[in-house]
Design a protein. Structure first.
Length: 295
């Protein structure tokens, strides 16, 4: 993932039926020494992009998974995929012909609450209300995840919301996997195989890590204004942050230091440039960023 033009983006390739896919490939136990080495090799081969920081995300092994580039195996064999989360601040156009940086919220438009509930939410609410009916448990689940009742919006519950929409038959993948006609106005872009579920897992993990690790600096250039840092945090979290509280919180953490230079590309008064200070030399740890949302 990366920040491009103020949007959180994910590196995608062309999957089956022209759908976007995450870069992936088979692990060869003879040729590949480690999972991570195999990951780096096939991502570069497919996209031309060389990975920097990566961390293991989750192991996906549900029945019924499919992938066009999977290694053929015996009938009925289950495919297991090990997912990784990679972050970069150098999101140049990838040289791979089918690779591109795609805005993450194109796949999850209901996750963008920076301007309040998005336009797509009304249609989703109607679909989920019909699905829940008089079932108290379903209704409570909808209220909790989509904050349609008294519950507060929890930006980290990305995967739970996607899985609810899948279970309710609202997203296109649910119809495809059940061999039913696709819904006429399914929200968000569909992805190949179960890649939208994998991406939801990655986005939820990244949003969670914002609060307890300084991962946002893996997405930002070496120097930045505090406005740019806030915009990057909002692009990932999908919520609007209180400007003054965010700045005070960032300065209290000691995660940034002024460079003494100023940016002249803001269109107004020059803004002070900052840099990340790095990990605490005493224990190698650093806190996450405060995310004081606008209520």
């Amino acid at each position: 993932m990366a920040i491009r033009d103020g949007r959180a983006c994910v590196l995608t390739t062309a999957g089956r039926d022209g759908l976007a896919a995450l870069p992936f490939g088979p692990f060869d136990p003879v040729k590949d020494r480690t999972f991570e080495r195999a990951l780096r090799d096939f991502v570069t081969a497919q996209t031309g992009f060389r990975l920097g920081f990566v961390e293991q995300l989750y192991t996906f092994g549900d029945a019924g998974r499919e992938s066009p580039r999977a290694t053929p195996g015996p009938t009925g064999a289950r495919e297991v995929s090990v997912g990784y989360l990679a972050l970069t601040s150098e999101a140049a156009d990838p040289p791979g012909a089918e690779a591109r940086w795609t805005p993450v919220l194109d796949f999850f438009p209901w996750e963008d609450r920076r301007g309040g509930p998005p336009a797509v939410q009304a249609a989703i609410d109607a679909e989920l209300a019909a699905w829940a009916g008089d079932d108290v448990r379903r209704r409570a689940r909808v209220d909790s995840l989509f904050a349609t009742g008294d519950a507060r919006w929890a930006e980290t519950r990305v995967l739970e919301r996607y899985e609810l929409l899948y279970e309710a038959g609202v997203v296109a993948e649910a119809a495809r996997d059940a061999d039913r006609p696709a819904p006429g106005a399914a929200p968000g872009r569909a992805m190949a195989s179960d890649h939208r579920r994998i991406l939801a897992t990655g986005l939820g993990r990244l949003r969670s890590k914002l609060r307890y690790r300084p991962v946002l600096f893996d997405l930002t250039p070496p120097t930045f204004t505090l406005s740019q840092l806030q915009a990057a945090a909002e692009a990932v979290a999908g919520v609007s942050l209180h400007k003054q509280n965010f700045r005070r919180g960032v300065e209290r953490t000691g995660l940034v230091a002024p460079t003494g230079a100023a940016s002249t590309g803001t269109g107004g008064r020059p803004a002070a440039l900052f840099r990340a200070t790095g990990l605490d030399p005493a224990d190698g740890q650093a806190p996450g960023l405060p995310l004081p949302t606008v209520r």
